[in-house]
Write a protein that binds this ligand. Structure first.
Ligand SMILES: C[S@@+](CC[C@H](N)C(=O)[O-])C[C@H]1O[C@@H](n2cnc3c(N)ncnc32)[C@H](O)[C@@H]1O
Length: 215
């Protein structure tokens, strides 16, 4: 399924939604079109990237507020829900851990290091609602939605942190395809004579995990 449509399917309803690192602004456009949120804040660290979204969303008038911002740093109001997609997990972790205040709900799509994002969500007191992998145009993406928890959420197991709870419980086709490809990749490393002992031992550990999940 299309990555942005999948993200949009996880967006809730309310007063103010923010698309952090919005670039083109396509996700914000879907939210505005749907009417799920009354207002949308579009933001990006890059003025020229933000301008693309400003141009696209002109028809929505004063339902849109644009702000050049590193993460949530320059926000003057707290949105109900924030999406952060298309950047590395470490950048997402930096944005969330340096925010003065955090929204009730998050929709995240880390390009890598999803494990760090999952761990931070737990540390910040969020409950992960959805956590799965999708394939879009030949690439795999982790998609995570989370909500501020009323009671301490049940902590993930080590494998859930690495692979995502829904992936392990529901085994979606895209996730199984990714694991099968990763299995071949790590088999290649193990069989490569010139690979370092460290690389081989990491690959063996990954193979053990993957085969445990695939069996
Ligand atoms: C690959 S684009 C993703 C666009 C869109 N969110 C998506 O998922 O299709 C990443 C965008 O994040 C912006 N970005 C990177 N780090 C950021 C930060 N710390 N705060 C705000 N925007 C950031 C970049 O300028 C860029 O426009």
């Amino acid at each position: 399924m299309d990555r942005l449509r999948t993200l949009f399917s996880l967006v809730g309803t309310g007063e103010v939604f923010a698309d952090v690192g919005c670039d083109h602004g396509y996700l914000a456009e879907m939210v505005l079109k749907s009417g799920n949120y009354k207002r949308v804040i579009i933001s990006d660290i890059s003025k020229s990237s933000l301008q693309k979204a400003v141009d696209l969303l002109k028809p929505y008038g004063d339902r849109v507020t644009a702000v050049v911002s590193d993460g949530l740093e320059s926000f003057t109001e707290l949105p109900d829900e924030v999406a952060i997609a298309g950047m590395g997990g470490e950048e997402i972790v930096k944005i969330l851990s340096s925010a003065m205040s955090l929204p009730k709900k998050l929709v995240l799509a880390p390009q890598k290091n999803s494990v760090k994002v999952r761990k931070l969500l737990f540390d910040l007191g969020y409950k992960i609602l959805k956590d799965f992998t999708i394939k879009d145009k030949g690439k795999f993406y982790d998609i995570i939605s989370a909500v501020e928890a009323d009671i301490e959420p049940k902590e993930y197991t080590n494998l859930e942190y690495i692979y995502g709870r829904d992936n392990l419980n529901e085994r979606p086709d895209d996730f199984i395809e990714k694991l099968t490809l990763d299995e071949k990749l790590y088999e290649g490393v193990v069989q490569t004579k010139t690979a370092s002992e460290t690389a081989k031992s990491v690959a063996m550990q990954k193979l053990k995990e993957i085969r445990e999940i695939l069996k």
